[in-house]
Design a protein around this ligand. Structure first.
Ligand SMILES: Cc1cc2nc3c(=O)[nH]c(=O)nc-3n(C[C@H](O)[C@H](O)[C@H](O)COP(=O)(O)OP(=O)(O)OC[C@H]3O[C@@H](n4cnc5c(N)ncnc54)[C@H](O)[C@@H]3O)c2cc1C
Length: 298
């Protein structure tokens, strides 16, 4: 990709050809042409303002729901984790949380402030930004059930606040204005005096028993189809353990695909397609990938 001249303020801070395998929990995938780690929201807005509009942007939190194909991403990756890190209480039941804050930190802080239900955030190994983009959820909890409004940045670098009502929210799906990204949100919880301080650990322990936590994955690959479970369909289709290259369908939880160390993004994507086709031909159910797949093939 021929690169535009960046302003001196940013040219020394923008990295080139950064392997996205280092920035995703699947530890696979190709390089980003440009990679920028902003200092804060103002710095990020200034960067986006001076970037030519033709350069595609990919905002990344902790990369726990992301597959970048082996040919890489022809554009600029923006890393929110480590930059947009404000988490503050702004009223008895309301928080202002920036997009780069890990969900687990929200869960822990809510516990300290006796606010809830926020335990579900503990099981989501991503940032609030990713959780807003995906409507991440677990154990009956869902991100957007708590959103009052969001701060967004558009492609011209303009910031604005939007109410939750401006988005169409579904199960693991969020539709809003195109070419806008989340800088943060106001989240509303209830007062929950007497929360069990061990509650989060117990939920995480339960998760460890059923999911291959600690292995390289992106969590559940497919959203559950209405009235069914993706993991059950993959399991009864006999696909547990199926391997393509360095990736396989987890033996522990059929909706997880594991990178055993040397999987390419193509191995993972081919396995996703194979699982999808097999389940569709056997059970006439189309599994919708929950993971975001971007970039160019090798
Ligand atoms: C072991 C494991 C368990 C998991 N369990 C769950 C679970 O129980 N429930 C669940 O819902 N998910 C689960 N996930 C998936 C993942 O953690 C969530 O989807 C999470 O919300 C992704 O956040 P992230 O910061 O890692 O996003 P990323 O993977 O970095 O990005 C995901 C998508 O969000 C976009 N995005 C990221 N930040 C922003 C932003 N600021 N503005 C706009 N778009 C943005 C990206 O461009 C991309 O399209 C699990 C993953 C793993 C590895």
């Amino acid at each position: 990709m021929s690169l535009p001249p960046l302003s001196p303020e940013f040219s020394s801070r923008v990295l080139h050809d950064v392997s996205m395998a280092k920035h995703t929990s699947w530890h696979a995938g190709g390089p980003a042409d440009l990679f920028f780690a902003p200092r804060n929201a103002g710095d990020l807005a200034a960067f986006v303002r001076q970037l030519p509009a033709a350069i595609p942007l990919l905002w990344v939190g902790l990369g726990s729901n992301l597959l970048v194909r082996d040919g890489g991403f022809r554009g600029a990756v923006i890393q929110t984790h480590g930059a947009l890190g404000v988490l503050e209480r702004i009223s008895a039941t309301r928080l202002h949380v920036e997009a780069g804050v890990p969900c687990a930190r929200i869960a822990r802080q809510c516990l300290k402030w006796s606010l809830g239900p926020a335990e579900f955030f503990a099981g989501i190994p991503g940032t609030l930004g990713g959780a807003l983009a995906m409507n991440a959820g677990a154990w009956g909890g869902e991100t957007w059930k708590h959103v009052v409004d969001v701060d967004v940045l558009d492609r011209r670098g303009t910031r604005r606040t939007r109410t939750a009502a401006e988005y169409t929210i579904g199960y693991r799906s969020v539709t809003g204005p195109a070419e806008e990204w989340f800088l943060g949100a106001r989240l509303e919880f209830e007062r929950k005096p007497g929360l069990n301080p061990d509650g989060i650990r117990e939920l995480l322990d339960r998760r460890k028993q059923t999911q291959p936590i600690g292995e390289w994955s992106c969590g559940s690959v497919f959203a559950n189809p209405p009235g069914n479970h993706a993991a059950r369909l993959i399991d009864i289709a006999g696909l547990k353990g199926l391997r393509i290259g360095g990736a396989s369908v987890s033996q522990k939880h059929a909706n997880f695909i594991i990178n055993h160390g040397a999987a390419t993004a193509a191995d993972i994507e081919n396995l996703i397609l194979h699982v999808q086709r097999t389940v569709e031909s056997m059970y006439h159910v189309v599994l919708r990938p929950e993971v975001c797949i971007v970039g160019e093939p090798a």
